[in-house]
Design a protein around this ligand. Sequence first.
Ligand code: SF4
Length: 210
Amino acid sequence: MVTEKVMDLVNQGLMLPLMEEFYTIQGEGYHKGTAAYFIRVGGCDVGCHWCDVKESWNAETHPPTDIDSIVANAAQYSNTIVVTGGEPLTWDMGPLTEGLKAKNLQTHIETSGAYPLTGIWDWICLSPKKNKLPVGDVYDKTDELKVIVYNRHDFIFAEEQAEKVNNNCVLYLQPEWSVREKMIPLIVDYVMKNPKWKISLQTHKYLNIP
Ligand code: SF4
């Protein structure tokens, strides 16, 4: 049972509900193919019906973990640290990223932007979701916009979101895994007609790695 004191530490970002942490290859987006240490934080109420990490949603099922131990583990493996979820911005990312930066590690985040941006980031990958749109100034700070394409309407949503990001942001369309065979030909066609976009694939799933 989580005590009030522990919940206080979680609410301050000094502890985080840690679902898993692992060293692997970043499979998606701009940094695909790069070795990276992943920190998957529990907790997400965005509710994407196709979510492939639904077990992350309930933060209470993931043990509150001291950020110092998360940082110490990460520093043993890689210079590139990817914080993902769940929705990591459910929590204050300030203390964790300060700890990672104190070790001179590169901090990357994968977020829907559904909550205000906290933390110190070298790379922000924004993957906006229709049912809980990004808030605050995250569009100005985003390095990579990654829109998941589940159906044809997602192309319209992608263009709406691309209007909001800064001019330096790299634009990606990524097929949702369960419908990839149907959507990949449409995405290929779309990118050839609209070359400001690039295709992102979940290459880690093809490589059969986490
Ligand atoms: S934002 Fe991410 S973790 Fe949350 S429901 Fe959507 S896909 Fe799943």
